[in-house]
Design a protein around this ligand. Sequence first.
Ligand SMILES: Nc1nc2c(ncn2[C@@H]2O[C@H](COP(=O)(O)OP(=O)(O)OP(=O)(O)O)[C@@H](O)[C@H]2O)c(=O)[nH]1
Ligand SMILES: [Mg+2]
Length: 372
Amino acid sequence: MSALEEQIVAVEDEIRNTAYNKATQLHIGRLKAKLAVLRLERETRAKGKGGGVGYSIRKSGNATVGLVGYPSVGKSTLLNRLTEADSETGSYDFTTVSIIPGMLRWGGASIQILDMPGLVPGASRGKGRGREVLSVVRSTDLVLFLVDPEHPNIRALTAELEGAGVRINQRPPRIVIQRSDRGGLTVSSTVRLTQLAGGGAAQIAREFGFHNGSIVFREDASADQLIDVLAGNRVYILALFAVNKAELIDSKAQKELGAMMLPFEPIFISARTGAGLDTLVDRIGTSLKFIRIYVKPPGRPPDREEPVILRTGDSVAALLRRLPGDLNRSFKAAQIWGKSARFPGQTVGRDHTLSDEDIVTVLVARGGARAG
Ligand SMILES: Nc1nc2c(ncn2[C@@H]2O[C@H](COP(=O)(O)OP(=O)(O)OP(=O)(O)O)[C@@H](O)[C@H]2O)c(=O)[nH]1
Ligand SMILES: [Mg+2]
């Protein structure tokens, strides 16, 4: 074990062995910060060494879903069921050794599903091809965790994602940090801080070598949340949970399993028989929060046949990327009819956030108005 790895293990042990209470709160916060800094250092070193060749996958479709689970839980069987893909399946572990994409249609949207090699505990430290798999996971929009009734321990898997900087079903903390060269550190908040009171925030910041600048809290954040913002390389991804091979257990066993997996609420499926797959696909589709945008060429009716599919929160800029031509350069303004418009035909810029079923006309600079 390297000196760095020994330090990491020592801090992990200390955190585990310290009971969390008011008196130890700040101390634990500092230890967690120390751990995060050491892990960042480990990442940097692994990258420097080249650390194994990453998978290159071409993202396509309106959103990307990653299938994550231990070996042999049925990820490839599920991909083959849901899409036209033909991913090798087998009754032995690590059948899948690369990333296999498939495409699922849902409403008007196309959803790319990525089958991946099985993950094992220790993946985030580089076990198996864990690091490479996790780097693909970081680029997805939704993770579908798959377990089988024999190995329902989902927490060991979510911990691996945590270790790789993936935050599931959380939104980014409402903490704004600004670094400067001098002047010391100011900490302010718009709400009362209960978890980081008494200088806790400044102590954590110092562990990151952050001595000058400001931290503004817009929520009563935890030490973990502040550390995430300071570390800066976190991704926030949706997650769904499913128990595959559910046909092998009766409904009483399903209930017990569901209770055991709380707070995660798994969907029970069988990639073999097809049971539960309609529900699963609907849950995937609705979780991704697609919106339909109808493009309207000036002076003509909107194209209601083929809406452009975007995601909730997307702005006009995202629409421009999806239309043919270099609209990003020639864009002048957009006109909006629909829920996001304050009045019909409102003129907006590229930062305007669109709503489902908005009608949009894109106005370009040279050569008058047009829509895509
Ligand atoms: N009974 C049952 N068996 C299943 C089901 N889905 C998959 N299997 C079986 O489980 C075994 C593993 O399936 P795979 O799809 O290869 O599993 P995987 O998760 O892709 O495995 P790795 O690629 O090794 O990580 C195969 O023998 C499948 O036939 C299911 O719903 N029910
Ligand atoms: Mg597989």
